[in-house]
Design a protein around this ligand. Structure first.
Ligand SMILES: [Zn+2]
Ligand SMILES: [Zn+2]
Length: 346
């Protein structure tokens, strides 16, 4: 099969012909029809993720069609249209048994612990626990955009952030994660403030539900601005970018007993940022993480998509071919373009 391969961290990936994957006994092989471009792929390529063994095929936001299933797989067969959460649970450990497959102790991640979906085919283990059936009529490109940023934002806003109607929610960073969070929080009935450095992304944030925007490049004190708009601070706030400044602001702009959810990755030199712990104690703030979402929780999100409350298709940005993926991947270090780029031609 054709795949995007890198042999050294930080060196240009190339298109290569590599052996087709074979299904594990409890796994499937999926013909990839769409795969999203994500900043975590860029982190992986840069060598910020120590789970990667070289040579490597990136890609973890995928949708496609099952072409082969192992002997132990009972729920899936060739021809099924599917997607999969990026954190693939083993289905047997303590966390999986408690319903928290997203933090499975033995999780695998396509494009990180093994070869991913920047390829014509990808193998996924523990298929019965992790595959999600696509609703008829959902485009593969839309489905691929769900697998990482949209579901992570859904869990961050709904399950971890526990956002309720009428609350103020601040979202710092309007990339794929941030825009997803804005759409989801406003669908939950919250008043959403979008924070970003570019007017283009803030305009788009307004179109998908933000009631206020803050351009952090022209606003001297983002925390003060959020507190003014919300008359005291946000109930829930999210760092969707993953930077010491946005992380700090997202905690500091909360009102008493507010909830901060960290979704943007903090890796390398940013892994241990300074936090306003004085505020965390005095205001009884909560600091939470959010790491993907369990396959069984997709149904709640799929219902909101079916009824038109959520429109993830609006977040699909540029569509490109596999041949264009290496250049696009290397460019993910910057923040160009609105929405989620997806490879749709293989
Ligand atoms: Zn991702
Ligand atoms: Zn597990």
């Amino acid at each position: 099969m054709k795949a995007v391969v890198f042999e050294k961290f930080g060196e240009a990936p190339t298109i290569q012909t590599v052996p087709d994957p074979k299904p594990a006994a409890d796994g499937v092989v999926i013909k990839v029809e769409a795969t999203g471009l994500c900043r975590s792929d860029w982190h992986g390529w840069m060598g910020h993720d120590d789970g990667i063994t070289l040579p490597h095929v990136p890609g973890h936001e995928l949708a496609g069609v099952v072409v082969a299933a192992g002997k132990q797989v009972s729920r899936w067969k060739a021809g099924d249209r599917v997607t999969v959460p990026f954190a693939v649970g083993c289905g047997r450990c303590f966390e999986c048994n408690s319903g928290n497959h997203q933090v499975c102790e033995h999780q695998t991640q396509p494009g990180f612990t093994g070869w991913g979906s920047f390829a014509e085919y990808v193998g996924i283990e523990h298929a019965d626990t992790n595959l999600v059936r696509l609703p008829d009529g959902m485009e593969f490109a839309t489905a691929a955009s769900l697998g990482c940023r949209f579901v992570t934002s859904f869990r961050a806003i709904v399950d971890q952030g526990r956002v309720t109607p009428g609350e103020w929610v601040a979202v710092h960073g309007c990339g794929g994660v941030g825009l997803s969070a804005i759409m989801i929080a406003s669908a939950m009935g919250a008043n959403v403030i979008a924070v970003d450095l570019t007017d283009e992304k803030l305009e788009f944030a307004k179109k998908i539900g933000a009631v206020a925007t803050i351009n952090a490049s022209t606003t001297p004190n983002v925390v003060k601005a959020v507190k003014q708009i919300t008359n005291g601070g946000a109930h829930m706030s999210m760092d969707a970018l993953g930077h010491p400044t946005t992380c700090f602001n997202s905690i500091a702009n909360l009102r008493r007993r507010g909830r901060h959810v960290q979704v943007g990755l903090m890796l390398g030199e940013h892994a241990r940022p300074q936090l306003p712990m004085d505020k965390v104690i005095a205001f009884e703030l909560e600091i939470l993480g959010s790491h993907g979402m369990q396959a069984y929780r997709y149904s709640a999100m799929m219902e909101m998509i079916r009824t038109g409350k959520l429109k993830p298709e609006l977040l699909v940005g540029k569509r490109i071919s596999l041949e264009e993926a290496p250049v696009a991947l290397m460019a993910m270090g910057g923040f160009e373009g609105v929405g989620i780029g997806v490879v749709t031609k293989f």
